[in-house]
Design a protein around this ligand. Structure first.
Ligand code: GAF
Length: 405
């Protein structure tokens, strides 16, 4: 996997150089430092995080980079290389109110981080401000966690430059703060997976995370040794996590099912057959519960295979997981199904949609010598149906958020 790594390093270096120089154009000085937080691809455990369950994401070579200088004037000024038309967005962290969110669009994630830091008891005297410029090589709306990457890059920069030492050393605590920014300030009712992946993943590994205890283990993937690749197929169908959409509806259905079953969360369902019987009159809730319970089992099964040094066997689990998301959780879409079915038919070991669903990306596990064949077959299948051409990316398991300079 030499080539993708090289690509990443080049892209990272270019982004850092451009960021430092445009930060200088904006503010007349060099930034104090540059931080980068990656996106993620989840390999197993979809919609299980907010059910207190298990997940298995890995960090990607692409992410959000933030040039950052702390100030004590109580003002944040932030600009984005992707949104030059928005210019510099200004807000006062001390005046932010989650009941009346005043910072719109992409900058809401940045404001949310400052709001959540304050809520957690940090930066309480109201003087904290910052000059920030962000850049990204992660597509937005591809279900690769660009929101969490933005939150985590800014949060890590803030924690390290405001000398919040205990926080900066506590990645699970940072993940909670970044999630709070997204849930309470931005208003997207997501779980803890994406922020945990961005902050806690290690190169070459996936993060086996228990979303209830927040205990996590980095599990080696061993893809290179097994001659395997993970190919991300971005369908270019934009997915959204905002309140009121399908994601929030699934979350509400899971909560209702847990209540009917008398458990704190669907994680606690021990006997699936008995649970399905209890929910007998509600076929929709039965399907939702079936997905969550079997998906949590698949996370454990996947980790078992990785620990046994059999990453190739993950393929069957990928495909079973996709079918569960398609038929029982009903979060797939025709483009994701086409990508998965075509990849499997062209020789992938398995494939599944990843992330929140209703669009975004699929991930396929493929023997190295079949990657081109799979890529061509999927591109042809999309073209034959007159769909927007999908984008392909080699997903190399990468390092979590860190300071670059
Ligand atoms: C999105 C959410 F942000 C995560 O918390 C998780 O629920 C995921 O969808 C589905 O597994 O990425």
């Amino acid at each position: 996997a030499g080539a993708p790594e090289l690509e990443w390093n080049v892209s990272e270096g270019v982004i850092t150089g451009q960021l430092v120089s445009s930060f200088g154009d904006d503010h007349g000085v060099a930034p104090d430092g540059v931080w980068r937080a990656p996106g993620r691809v989840n390999l197993m455990g979809e919609h299980t995080d907010y059910n207190d369950g298990l997940v298995l994401p890995m960090a990607l070579p692409w992410g959000v980079t933030a040039a950052f200088t702390p100030t004590d004037d109580g003002v944040v000024e932030v600009s984005s290389a992707q949104r030059p038309e928005d210019g510099t967005v200004r807000f006062r962290p001390a005046s932010l109110d989650a009941d009346r969110p005043s910072v719109p669009g992409w900058a809401a994630y940045v404001a949310g981080v400052f709001w959540a830091l304050r809520e957690a008891g940090h930066l309480a005297d109201g003087t904290a401000g910052a000059r920030i410029r962000v850049d990204s090589d992660l597509p937005v709306g591809a279900a690769l966690s660009s929101s969490a990457a933005l939150e985590c890059a800014v949060l890590l920069a803030a924690a390290e430059t405001f000398e919040l030492g205990a926080l900066a050393a506590d990645r699970p605590a940072m993940a909670r703060i970044a999630r709070r920014a997204e849930n309470a300030y931005v208003g997207a009712p997501t779980g803890i997976m994406d922020q945990s992946a961005s902050l806690r993943c290690k190169e070459g590994h996936a993060l086996y995370l228990d979303c209830r205890s927040e205990g996590g283990r980095n599990v080696a993937l061993g893809l290179d040794d097994a001659g395997l690749r993970l190919l991300i197929i971005d369908t270019r169908v934009q997915h959204r996590l905002a309140a009121g959409g399908g994601y929030a509806q699934r979350r509400a259905e899971c909560e209702k099912a847990a209540e009917l079953l008398g458990v704190d969360a669907l994680r606690d369902v021990e006997d699936l057959a008995a649970a399905l019987e209890t929910l007998g009159g509600d076929p929709v809730l039965r399907r939702r519960v079936k997905h969550i319970v079997t998906e949590i089992h698949r996370v454990n099964a996947a980790v078992g295979l990785l620990r046994a040094g059999q990453p190739g066997e993950l393929g069957a689990l990928f495909t079973a997981s996709h079918l569960s998301m398609k038929d029982d959780f009903e979060i797939s879409c025709p483009e994701l199904d086409l990508a998965v079915e075509t990849a499997c038919r062209a020789g992938a070991r398995g494939a599944r949609m990843t992330g929140g669903g209703f669009g975004g990306s699929a991930v396929a596990l493929i023997a190295e010598d079949r990657v081109d064949r799979v890529r061509d077959a999927v591109a042809d299948a999309f073209a034959a149906k007159g769909l927007t051409a999908p984008e392909f990316r080699d997903a190399v398991p990468s390092q979590g958020a860190e300071r670059l300079r």
